[in-house]
Ligand binder design. Structure first.
Ligand code: TXA
Ligand code: MG
Length: 339
C-alpha cells in the first residue's frame, strides 16, 4: 500500500514535493483558499492520477496554477481584461477562464476549449510552484463530494494511501475555493463566487455578471456554465437546512426543528449562540468571511459526530456573503428558509 508522507512545509519538504511534481507524481499543498491536489498540468498521466485519487468525474476540468504570469505564455490567450484583473488581484483567490492552446492536454480541461488559471498567494504554494517551475493542475484535495479540505489533517483523512505526499502549511485563511471568472465571453461572469466578489471585479473592469445557477439548482435541461456546478458538492453526511433572517427569527425556527429532531446540531452566528441555551450549537463566526473560514471545518466535524440534521444560520446571499452562501446552499441541497 502507498504510504502517505505528511510533512510541515519548509525549505527541504518543499524541495521534496517539487521533485515529486517534476517526476509526474501527485502532491497535496496548502493555498490561501483550500488545500490543492497538484500534478504537472501538461503531463496527461499525472493529471489522470489526480482524477483517480479524488474519484473525480472526468468531465470536471481542473485549475492550472502558476507562480507567475509569464508561465501562462503558450498555454492560453491572455486578453487585456485578464491582464487588468491579474494586475489587481494576482496573486490571490481569483481563477480566470481563458481560451487554451494545444499545449494544455484535454484531460486537464475535460475537453473544453478554455483553461482555468490561477496564481495563489499562499507563500508555501508560491514557493512550491516556483521551485518546481512547471504549471500545476490542482483541484481541491478532497475526495469528490466531500467538503474541501482546509487543513493537512483533512487532506490526510481523504487521501491517505492514495497520494505519496502532503505539505502541511496549517489552516487555510479564506476557507472556500477561489472565485471562478469566465473571461471567454463579452462581460466577465462569475461561475463560482469566492473571496474576490463580482463587485470587486466590476470596480476594475467596469462590469461583471454572476451566473444565475450560483444560488439555485440547475433547471431540467439547463446546461451548467461550469461543469463543477452540475455535480453534487460540499455534501455533509447529515441533512442540512439553512435559515436566513434576524438572530431571533432564525433561533425561533431552528429551536422548533431542533426540539422535534433526534441528534440535530446547530451552526449559528456568534451573536445568536446565546439564544440556543444548552442545545448543541457551534459557531460559524459572525461575518460572512468568518463563516467561509469555518464552514468546511464545521461540516467535517459534524460528519465525525454522525449527526442526523444540521440546522445552520446563513447570510443574505449577496456581495461578500455570496461565496459562503453558495457552499451552504449546495451542502443543504438548496434547502434554504428565509424567516
Ligand atoms: O481555490 C481553488 O480554486 C482551489 C485551490 C486548490 O486552488 N481549487 C479548486 O479546484 O477549487 P476545483 O477543481 O475543486 O474547482 C475548479 C472549478 C470547478 O467547478 C470546475 O468545473 C471549474 O472550476 N472549471 C475549471 N476549468 C473550467 C473550464 N475550462 N470551464 C469552466 N469551468 C471550469
Ligand atoms: Mg473542489
Amino acid at each position: 500500500m502507498l504510504e502517505t508522507l505528511c510533512l510541515p512545509a519548509g525549505e527541504e519538504s518543499i524541495r521534496q514535493a517539487a521533485a515529486l511534481l517534476q517526476a509526474g507524481r501527485v502532491v497535496a499543498f496548502p493555498t490561501e483558499t483550500v488545500y490543492g491536489l497538484g500534478a504537472d498540468a501538461l503531463n496527461e498521466q499525472a493529471v489522470r492520477d489526480i482524477f483517480a485519487a479524488k474519484e473525480r468525474p472526468a468531465d470536471n476540468p481542473l485549475i492550472v496554477h502558476v507562480a507567475e504570469r509569464s508561465q501562462l505564455e503558450g498555454l492560453c490567450r491572455v486578453t487585456p481584461t485578464a491582464e487588468t484583473l491579474m494586475d489587481a488581484f494576482w496573486p490571490g483567490p481569483l481563477t480566470l477562464l481563458l481560451m487554451k492552446t494545444e499545449k494544455v492536454p484535454d484531460v486537464t480541461t475535460a475537453g473544453l476549449p478554455s483553461v482555468a488559471v490561477r496564481c495563489p498567494s499562499h507563500p508555501v504554494a508560491h514557493a512550491l510552484l516556483q521551485v518546481c517551475g512547471i504549471p500545476i493542475a490542482a483541484p481541491s484535495a478532497n475526495r469528490s463530494g466531500r467538503p474541501s479540505p482546509t487543513t493537512a489533517q483533512d487532506v490526510y483523512e481523504d487521501m491517505q494511501s492514495r497520494i505519496p505526499f502532503i505539505l502541511d502549511g496549517g489552516a487555510c485563511d479564506v476557507g472556500v475555493e477561489s472565485t471562478v471568472l469566465d473571461l471567454t465571453g463579452g462581460v466577465p461572469c462569475v461561475l463560482r463566487p469566492g473571496a474576490i466578489t463580482a463587485e470587486d471585479v466590476a470596480s476594475v473592469v467596469g462590469s461583471c455578471t454572476v451566473a444565475p445557477s450560483v444560488m439555485r439548482p440547475l433547471k431540467e435541461g439547463e446546461s451548467a456554465p461550469s461543469p463543477g456546478m452540475k455535480h453534487r458538492h460540499y455534501a455533509p453526511k447529515a441533512k442540512m437546512t439553512v435559515y436566513i433572517g434576524s438572530d431571533e427569527a432564525v433561533a425561533d425556527a431552528i429551536i422548533k426543528r431542533y426540539d422535534e429532531t433526534e441528534n440535530a446540531v446547530i451552526l449559528a452566528h456568534d451573536s445568536a449562540l446565546p439564544l440556543f441555551g444548552d442545545r448543541r450549537a457551534f459557531s460559524l463566526g459572525e461575518t460572512p468571511q468568518e463563516g467561509a473560514h469555518l464552514l468546511f471545518r464545521r461540516l467535517r466535524e459534524m460528519d465525525a459526530l454522525n449527526v442526523s440534521l444540521i440546522l445552520a444560520q446563513g447570510w443574505k446571499p449577496e456581495g461578500e456573503a455570496l461565496a459562503v452562501m453558495n457552499r451552504m446552499a449546495r451542502a443543504a441541497a438548496f434547502d434554504l428558509v428565509v424567516v
